[in-house]
Design a protein around this ligand. Structure first.
Ligand SMILES: [Zn+2]
Length: 485
């Protein structure tokens, strides 16, 4: 079997190529043009549409090996065939054939028929390296037609009532899907500047792509406005007093998502495969070994192993169990963080909404408003999380154990943040003084230095219990530092 290494990117040393590395490499396969998959490589292997979209997003020179879909090409040490991945326009899977074995790398993929991109195709391979963003059974998406119908109903009703439907969709891929859906249903569409240049490439490459205009203030009434999620709270959007917002994302399957994203409606239109399609792909590729990346990689690999399939998360805790030929992540520095997170790869933690709730509660003195915020949040919680939330907002971190305290004062917090950020403690002290709050200092100092993972109510309670039961400040600092890192 071909050797696969996780070294701050997926490396195939025998073939001499990297797959979607986040840092600049000599030769890399770029599966698609989302910003967390691109970097300034010397030489890239990619599809024609990805090359065009990459040109919009990344300046500079590079040697491009552009391959049409389905036509194999021989390189020095391997044969490559690109297959459409159905994720965004141009997104490709790579079938790599080498004397050591064959490998199919999915990149980000989606098996439902493409609305504004190619429909996915795949091929059998000995090793399958697949993305598993939605690798839990709770991400079984409803039928696409019903999601699309709800989306169009929302837009039509909002327009009929004299409002502006504001669609929050990632600027490459989802935005162009929303554009096509709304325009093909007869609605006029305006797009945010971040979406416009990319939509122009779609219009060039897809002959029947509908017309659209770039957002101009004062001309949006009677139209559907499509914005990236990062613009949801921007002055541009907030100025539209009669707006109603809809968010299109697979994370809408989480009951808390709508609250977290503060939109009026959240619909699970995903450009990643849901749980069922992840399983379907494994079944059809029929590999001897599966390696998972992104999202719930460890959970999905464990799920496959329980079904009798050899499967491992390429990065993460289970690497200790991995066969020796797959090595763990190296100390390579992480790539630059994209200015506009536009991607569904990192799941929003269930606790994101809790932070927003606390901010909302603190921001108002009105008891009625506090009650409304709490009611909206509690509505969809599991019973165990209800108990936790109620205790926590009442200022009690250890429900059912009145009087016990966490004993995590300012000095201990600063030491834990310093340990997690690998910075001298003095730096944390300076930042805390400047920002007036250890929490704000932690956010600033830890940004880009940690590997964020979804963080649940249960994990928080576990941490609180551990802190309360710790034998002394050293153990407490350790517990907290590890949780933050
Ligand atoms: Zn992507």
């Amino acid at each position: 079997m071909i050797e696969v290494r996780a070294e701050g990117g997926i490396h195939l040393p025998q073939a001499g190529i990297w797959l979607d590395p986040r840092t600049a490499r000599d030769f890399a396969f770029v599966s698609h043009a989302h910003s967390d998959h691109i970097a300034r490589h010397r030489r890239v292997l990619l599809s024609g549409p990805t090359s065009r979209l990459l040109g919009v997003r990344l300046s500079g020179e590079r040697v491009e090996e552009v391959l049409p879909f389905g036509a194999p090409r021989d390189f020095d040490r391997f044969r490559a065939t690109l297959l459409p991945a159905g994720h965004v326009l141009g997104a490709s899977m790579l079938l790599l054939e080498h004397e050591e074995g064959s490998l199919l790398y999915t990149g980000d993929f989606n098996l439902r028929p493409g609305i504004a991109c190619e429909t996915a195709a795949w091929a059998p391979a000995e090793t399958l390296v697949m993305e598993t963003t939605f690798g839990l059974p709770r991400y079984r998406f409803p039928p696409t037609e019903s999601v699309i119908a709800s989306f169009l109903d929302f837009c039509r009703e909002t327009l009929e009532e004299g409002g502006v439907p504001v669609v929050l969709a990632y600027s490459l891929g989802k935005a162009q899907e929303a554009l096509r859906l709304a325009a093909d249903a007869g609605m006029s569409v305006m797009v945010h500047g971040a979406i416009h240049a990319l939509a122009q490439v779609y219009a060039e490459l897809l002959p029947d792509f509908p017309t659209f205009e770039r957002y101009t203030a004062g001309r949006v009434q009677g139209k559907v406005l499509i914005c990236p999620p990062s613009a949801a709270e921007s002055p541009m959007v907030r100025r539209i007093a009669n707006r109603r917002t809809v968010s299109l994302t697979g994370w809408a399957m989480d009951p808390q998502y709508r609250f977290r994203s503060r939109c009026d409606l959240a619909l699970p239109l995903s450009d990643h495969a849901g749980y069922d399609d992840l399983l379907r792909l494994v079944e059809q590729v029929a590999p001897r070994r599966v390696l998972t990346v992104h999202g719930f990689a460890e959970e999905f690999a464990a799920d496959l192993r329980a079904r009798g399939i050899e499967a491992w998360a390429l990065e993460g805790r289970n690497q200790l169990d991995l066969p020796l030929r797959i090595t763990g992540p190296s100390a390579t520095a992480p790539g630059p963080t994209p200015a506009h997170p536009e991607h569904e790869t990192s799941p929003p933690g269930p606790l994101d909404g809790f932070g927003t709730l606390c901010e909302a509660l603190a921001a108002t003195t009105s008891r009625l408003r506090k009650i409304a915020h709490l009611a909206a949040f509690l509505e969809n919680l599991e019973p165990a999380d209800l108990r936790r939330t109620v205790a926590w907002v009442a200022g009690n971190p250890l429900p059912g154990r009145a009087g016990r305290r966490l004993q995590t004062g300012g000095a201990l917090l600063r030491r834990a943040v310093a340990a997690a950020a690998r910075l001298p403690e003095a730096e944390v002290r300076v930042a805390t003084r400047r920002l007036g709050d250890t929490g704000l200092a932690a956010r600033e100092l830890l940004a880009g230095r940690t590997r964020p993972e979804p963080w649940s109510f249960a994990a928080t309670e576990e941490l609180f219990e551990a802190l309360a039961g710790a034998r002394g400040p050293v153990e407490r600092t350790d517990l907290l530092g590890t949780a933050l890192a």
